[in-house]
Design a protein around this ligand. Structure first.
Ligand SMILES: CC(C)(COP(=O)(O)OP(=O)(O)OC[C@H]1O[C@@H](n2cnc3c(N)ncnc32)[C@H](O)[C@@H]1OP(=O)(O)O)[C@@H](O)C(=O)NCCC(=O)NCCS
Length: 399
């Protein structure tokens, strides 16, 4: 595909697992030429973690690495370092999420990258950032959620904190990093110079916690986990038919929304009852409110309930399970669930790009196989003679 928003940008993506790869994938969807650089010892561990089929890359890998090319390079080998230097000269961006000090130990800290290519943007994801007393520590999704206030805010009173399944630490950090990269590339237009972009997973989640921090910043008080009732006594989810474990609908019931809801479920009589005229009085009688709404919702399935209530302007949502995401017609219409052709793995279902640019349509392409483009990149991009490839392989500089 030509003419995409980021077509002229070249990204050297050394990142692994989720946080960095999700960032590289976003930029690749938007048209950047993203080369995923993996070690010669098997590469990104997500290729085999959670794999469901012997010999085929795990969905854990394909879900975070669409639209990239893949090269292997041993950065602890002198020849590997030499080729890496050429790739840095080629790149607009070097993206990595190693723990603190790894790039320096490899001989490619930002100072060195800038010496090789003053225009290069070095985007570096760390668990706790590159400065601050915890910056030496490693991290991943749940550790980041724990250390950023998110886990303590989620769950039930009297029970231990519960992590959220949303990848706020990993994919959230990937998003923040993509914004940082685009800003640095934009600034480079004025200055002609690259710069170092640093994003901490902990910082990123704190940023996403802003709404939940309102109470702490204003009235203070101890943290209270509110479970499914969301703090005001009236639950936000109600039972639907036929009563399975995911048969629920979420409905906003505060303020004017409550009045509209009563009209929509033909219970206008509730609005004449002084127990239900204000948010405060409804909270005092939350069990009765719950009973009335459940009596209506449990008579229909969640989709019927949703499609009845939403046209009234009520904020609500059928509680869709992860499995139902994959078959949801609305999401399929919006290209959020797509089929990706792949001659080796077979065509597979994949999650699409949530950013829709009018002039930069996204075509989701298959994630690269391990070392798939090594020869092509070395000979085509870096000018390595084809005859040199066996020697490079033999010494372990590439796979
Ligand atoms: C993810 C994380 C916990 C993994 O820790 P880890 O497996 O111990 O990996 P590290 O990043 O510490 O080190 C990677 C090693 O691989 C080596 N390596 C990586 N790519 C290489 C290559 N192409 N060639 C040779 N060696 C390579 C590095 O040199 C380093 O080895 P060293 O310790 O001898 O210097 C850690 O990288 C981290 O905290 N990253 C920042 C936060 C983050 O992104 N977390 C994951 C979110 S999904």
């Amino acid at each position: 595909m030509t003419g995409q928003a980021l077509t002229r940008f070249k990204i050297l993506d050394m990142s692994r697992v989720q946080a960095g790869p999700s960032c590289g994938q976003l930029l690749a969807w938007l048209g950047a030429d993203v080369i995923k650089l993996e070690d010669t010892a098997g590469g990104d561990s997500t290729r085999w973690e959670l794999a469901h089929q012997e010999g085929i890359d795990s969905v854990y890998f394909t879900i975070f690495n669409n639209n990239k090319r893949a090269i292997t390079l041993n950065l602890k080998d002198d020849k590997g370092k030499e080729l890496f230097t050429k790739l840095v000269q080629w790149a607009d961006v070097v993206l990595e999420n190693f723990s603190k000090g790894v790039m320096e130990r490899l001989g490619f800290g930002y100072g060195k990258l800038r010496e090789i290519n003053p225009r290069v943007v070095h985007a570096s994801i760390k668990g706790f950032g590159e400065y601050g007393r915890w910056s030496d520590f490693k991290s991943f999704e749940l550790a980041a959620q724990a250390s950023a206030g998110a886990m303590a805010a989620n769950g039930y009173p009297e029970l231990p904190p519960i992590p959220t399944p949303v990848g706020v630490g990993d994919s959230g950090t990937g998003l923040h990093t993509a914004v940082g990269i685009l800003a640095a590339l934009h600034q480079r237009n004025d200055t002609g110079e690259g710069q170092h972009v640093e994003v901490s997973m902990q910082d990123g989640i704190v940023n996403l916690m802003r709404y939940r921090l309102i109470r702490s910043l204003s009235v203070g008080g101890p943290n209270v986990r509110t479970g499914y009732k969301g703090g005001n006594g009236i639950p936000s989810v109600f039972h639907c038919a036929p009563g399975g474990s995911d048969d629920y609908i979420m409905i906003h019931t505060r303020g004017q929304a409550f009045e509209t809801l009563m009209v929509a479920i033909s219970r206008e009589d509730m609005l004449q009852d002084e127990r239900f005229t204000t948010d405060d009085s409804r909270e005092q009688h939350c069990d009765e409110v719950e009973e009335v709404v459940n009596a209506w919702t449990s008579q229909r399935d969640k989709f019927e309930a949703f499609e009845h209530l939403a046209p009234y302007g009520i904020w609500c949502g059928a509680v869709i399970s992860p499995e139902e995401v994959l078959t949801n017609e609305h999401l399929i219409e919006r290209e959020m669930v797509v089929t990706v052709p792949d001659s080796v793995r077979g065509d597979y279902q994949m999650i699409g790009c949530p950013i829709k640019l009018e002039k930069s349509p996204v075509e989701v392409k298959s994630a690269p196989h391990y070392s798939q483009h090594t020869d092509e990149i070395l000979t085509g991009l870096l000018g390595v003679d084809e005859d040199e490839l066996p020697e490079l392989r033999q010494r372990g500089a590439i796979v």
